[in-house]
Design a protein around this ligand. Structure first.
Ligand code: ADP
Ligand code: MG
Length: 341
């Protein structure tokens, strides 16, 4: 081969590799992980997603945050103008037509009330509204006595034909704090999928959902040590690898105070039968395909306790759970438990 031709080839391949390098640098600058964090719905919303185009990734992240704000406006018990607050004022008087979205959330909640024989009950709020964890307040004994009969999901009457809700008890109030965040992470994932995102994780407090994997490896989802903060232990008790799915954790450690009179831990998961915080269990994590189920299930299993709670999870295909009791004992459902030796 003539020398000049060989030299030319070399310079051509050099040029080609420069182009490759340049492309590599350009795509690397544009395709990046996008992270966003905001305080919405009384909790931390965390989002990571991968998009080939950074600007589009940022737009997708903003769309998720906008959806979280929309759901908060719809379901917040603290906003007098939310559809939930309006319903709480009118459904005690007459059957009230509601949006398809609110109807679906109430319908799903009533499903979990039935399967748990009342352990999950959105009417806990009839009494639950008198707890204030930040101000360390709980209902007075007379209040508890008077309002306990109003915690009764069977008195929430729904009619699919008119899509209406009626409370057959004049003091009954509902709160969707045990299901709303799981629903919100599902909605976020649907928005991301519609925008072409294939790798993402969204969490709202203890409710997380992952989309795809973390580009070639599973996502790592941590379960907190329930007493990590108080006792200076490891903050994370367990780390689970996850690809496509939801995990919800209910704990007695995020919203609580210690009662100065009794020394008891007063926290935000209420036993509908007694009207007081559930004892025994410190944390329950439920894994499954979507947050609309794992969120109410984590609260449900928390109230039911390890034995009945595990039995419920075993009876539901596609769901697994991890229970940490107050002494630190960990129980797993059979799909997660290590095989016996
Ligand atoms: P988080 O709100 O931290 O995600 P959970 O999913 O366990 O935790 O939900 C706890 C919330 O569920 C409480 O703050 C309250 O709004 C609601 N809740 C408490 N007890 C019950 C219950 N027995 N049934 C249904 N919802 C409940
Ligand atoms: Mg829950």
């Amino acid at each position: 081969m003539p020398l000049w031709l060989a030299a030319r080839r070399d310079s051509m391949s050099l040029a080609a590799s420069l182009v490759v390098c340049f492309l590599f640098v350009v795509t690397n600058v544009q395709a990046e992980w996008v992270y966003q964090r905001q305080a919405i719905m009384g909790t931390d919303i965390n989002l990571s997603l991968w998009h080939e185009d950074r600007e589009k990734g940022e737009q997708a992240a903003s769309a998720v945050m906008a959806e979280m704000h929309r759901i908060d406006k719809l379901l917040s018990p603290y906003k007098p103008t939310s559809e939930l607050s309006i319903l709480n004022r009118t459904a005690v008087l007459e059957p009230t037509p509601v949006s398809a979205e609110l109807y679906a959330l109430i319908d799903k909640s009533l499903f979990y009330s039935r399967v748990s024989e009342g352990a999950f009950d959105i009417s806990f709020a009839s009494l639950g509204q008198h707890y204030n964890y930040r101000e360390q307040k709980k209902p007075r004994a007379e209040q508890l006595q008077a309002l306990l009969p109003s915690i009764d999901y069977r008195q929430i009457k729904i009619d699919p034909a008119s899509r209406s809700v009626f409370f057959a008890n004049e003091y009954l109030q509902i709160d969707l704090g045990g299901i709303a965040k799981g629903y919100a992470v599902d909605q976020s994932i649907h928005i991301l999928q519609d925008l072409g995102v294939q790798h993402a994780t969204v969490s709202a407090g203890g409710d997380s959902r992952v989309l795809g994997d973390k580009r070639g490896k599973p996502w790592s989802v941590g379960i907190k040590n329930p007493r990590g903060k108080d006792e200076g232990h490891e903050a994370v008790a367990l780390v689970l690898p996850m690809i496509n799915g939801a995990i919800s954790t209910s704990g007695d450690y995020e919203r609580f105070f210690i009662d100065a009179d009794t020394g008891e831990r007063v926290h935000h998961i209420i036993n509908p039968r007694t009207g007081v915080s559930v004892g025994g269990v410190a944390s329950v994590s439920v894994l499954g395909p979507d947050g609309f189920d794992t969120d109410p299930l984590s609260t449900t299993v928390f109230v039911m306790g390890p034995i009945r709670g595990l039995a419920l999870i075993e009876a539901l295909p596609g769901f697994e759970c991890i229970i940490i009791d107050r002494r630190g004992k960990v129980s797993y459902s059979s799909g997660l438990a290590a095989p016996a030796h």
